[in-house]
Design a protein around this ligand. Structure first.
Ligand SMILES: [Zn+2]
Length: 311
């Protein structure tokens, strides 16, 4: 080993120690109502960038808190990892569940704040906290919930318009539908096989849209997916362990005093086709076509549609 190499290693070590040192005192706590988010950083971020990203996480967590009026966990952890990707501001995100639930987001702070807050990843990952993880074989359920709320929650706080919200859901459903047509396998098998990502994510989102709609209709507006999830928080969170999907669905049925969660589950789980979302769209006054979606001129349906965004 020549001298330059040794010097290089020392330099690396020094940089590592430096970054650890600056990280330790840059952790911050963000209050979201009664909940607290512990935010930490990994990699090189300037003071100014950290200020911006603190505000970003607060804004995204507030969006998730509007789903049912409070943040799903009393204590949560978020770690931001420096990304240098110029493809998108937040190229990667995940939830690491081990004794606690930590959201990890890779973010390139050189993008403008406008670009960063327009990205869906943070709201998606934070929405995962609404329910426990049900395992990779049933990832359609977890990913579906997060994909549904990444749009609805952003719509609720005005990050997306009502039209953009349903447009994004529709585009997702179309991608999922095409994926299912190309690879017609049962949804129960899709999650654990490669090449079905769009099918998995958006089948789950269609499931939760259908459940949300049915809950509202059958309870005459007394219930919604959000109101049942809020009850679930009270009885069953935090839960950082893998929990069987049927257990979660059973509990959600019990809490809602209905069989809507299991009924909708049985409709899609052994089907090779993408779940039917057209009926729900029809009842919400959403028409679809080549150009995307448009709204029917029907005041009753428009009122029903707006209920999905009420805080
Ligand atoms: Zn996800």
């Amino acid at each position: 080993m020549g001298l330059p190499k040794i010097l290089f290693i020392f330099l690396l070590l020094w940089l590592l120690i430096q970054s650890e040192a600056t990280n330790a005192d840059s952790d911050s706590l963000i209050d979201i109502g009664e909940s607290q988010i512990h935010l930490s950083y990994q990699g090189k971020f300037s003071h100014k960038q950290k200020l911006m990203l603190n505000g970003w996480i607060e804004e995204m967590a507030q969006a998730v808190a509007t789903i049912y009026g409070e943040f799903p966990l009393d204590k949560a952890k978020v770690k931001l990892v420096r990304s240098y990707s110029w493809r998108e501001p937040v190229p990667w995100g995940e939830v690491v569940r081990w004794n606690s639930s930590q959201i990890v987001l890779h973010v390139n702070p050189s993008f403008s704040y406008q670009r960063i807050r327009a990205d869906w990843t943070a709201v998606h990952e934070l929405s995962h906290l609404l329910l426990p993880y049900v395992g990779s074989k049933n990832s359609w359920f977890s990913e579906g919930l997060a994909s549904y709320y990444q749009n609805i929650a952003r719509g609720k706080v005005g990050l997306l318009s009502e039209r953009e919200t349903f447009q994004k859901l529709f585009h997702g459903f179309r991608r999922g539908e095409r994926n299912a047509q190309r690879r017609p396998i049962k949804l129960s098998e899709a999650s654990s096989r490669r090449g079905n990502n769009m099918r998995v994510y958006w089948s789950g989102a269609a499931y939760f849209l259908n459940v949300d709609l049915k809950l509202r209709q059958e309870s005459n507006g007394q219930q919604s997916l959000a109101s049942v999830l809020k009850q679930y928080k009270k009885c069953c969170l935090p839960n950082h362990s893998v929990t069987a999907v049927w257990k979660v669905i059973d509990r959600l049925d019990d809490l809602s005093g209905s069989r809507i969660f299991s009924r909708e589950y049985e409709k899609i789980i052994n089907s090779k086709r993408f779940p039917d979302y057209e009926k729900s769209f029809e009842q919400l006054g959403i028409k679809t076509g080549w150009g995307g979606i448009s709204f029917e001129r029907d005041e009753k349906k428009a009122k029903f549609r707006r209920q999905f965004f009420e805080i």
